[in-house]
Design a protein around this ligand. Structure first.
Ligand SMILES: [Zn+2]
Length: 281
């Protein structure tokens, strides 16, 4: 047995169960309607196999490398590299070869974003969304830090031996991670409930946003619309500030800050417009 086989021994088990579940050809990993590769969630739902999204997307990227698949499918014209019609069997040995020959993509925070159901091809859009409605560099940087998983949490500080514990200061029961701070903490879920109730009172819109939209922003350029995007980002910034100072998440306080911030946003927009006009003259 050589080193390669030892290293990927755990993956071999994955693929064996995949093969049994019907993942026998590259084609089966494609959505017949869109012709695109299945998302991780679709894959799991369809084949009912246990896996992790890193293994799944690692395999997809290896397949794409092997057959030099362009993500746009532009190569569909070239018969030899026609990936949609590729009938190559996904036997265990073939999968091994693919994954050994083509190293898995380096795990970055993109894997985490993908785990929230975001398509890898849409990640670029996520990185751009704050620019579509704010010129506030502080807010843009803040979202950037969330995307790259580099904002302050007690879990991080504990790893760096800066704090003694990594327990959330609000609920005092769970680990203080980015996901916990913005999505999972019982205090933050109450805050979001108040936020959405308030939003529907003010705008008569009933909205439900996915975890991925709350944390990383929307991938659809039109939905949600700009005012909600700004309010959403400001709400996250408020939560983050409260966490930095270990303060409670008071929705009434957020509303006051939101009003002030929106006025500042308008001010920045007016100021920039004036500067632009001034430069043109
Ligand atoms: Zn908590």
């Amino acid at each position: 047995m050589n080193n390669h086989e030892i290293k990927i021994a755990t993956k071999q088990i994955f693929y064996e169960s995949w093969h049994k579940a019907g993942v026998t050809k590259v084609k089966r990993l494609l959505n017949p309607n869109s012709g695109k590769f299945l998302t991780y969630q679709e894959f799991v739902n369809l084949f009912k196999v246990k896996s992790s999204f890193t293994v799944y997307y690692g395999l997809l990227s290896a397949i794409k490398n092997k057959w030099k698949i362009s993500p746009t499918g532009r190569q569909r014209q070239t018969r030899r590299q026609n990936w949609y019609d590729n009938e190559e069997n996904l036997s265990n040995a073939a999968l091994h070869k693919i994954t050994v020959e083509n190293k898995f993509q380096k795990p970055t925070n993109e894997n985490r974003i993908i785990s929230y159901g975001v398509e890898p091809s849409e990640i670029q859009k996520l990185y751009k969304w704050p620019f579509s409605f704010t010129e506030n560099t502080k807010l843009i940087m803040f979202q950037f830090k969330i995307n790259h998983n580099i904002i302050y949490t007690k879990a991080k500080l504990k790893r760096a031996n800066i704090t003694a514990d990594d327990i959330c200061y609000l609920c005092k029961s769970e680990q203080h991670t980015i996901q916990h701070v913005f999505l999972k903490c019982s205090h933050v879920t109450l805050f979001w409930n108040e936020f959405f109730d308030w939003w529907s009172q003010v705008t008569s819109e009933n909205i439900r946003l996915s975890d991925s939209t709350i944390l990383y922003g929307p991938t659809n350029p039109l939905k949600p619309h700009q005012p909600l995007r700004l309010a959403l980002l400001l709400a996250k910034y408020f939560i983050y500030k409260c966490n930095l100072n270990e303060q409670s998440l008071l929705f009434s306080l957020f509303k006051i800050q939101l009003r002030e911030n929106i006025m500042t946003e308008r001010y920045i927009a007016i100021k920039n417009k004036t500067a632009q006009l001034f430069n043109e003259k």
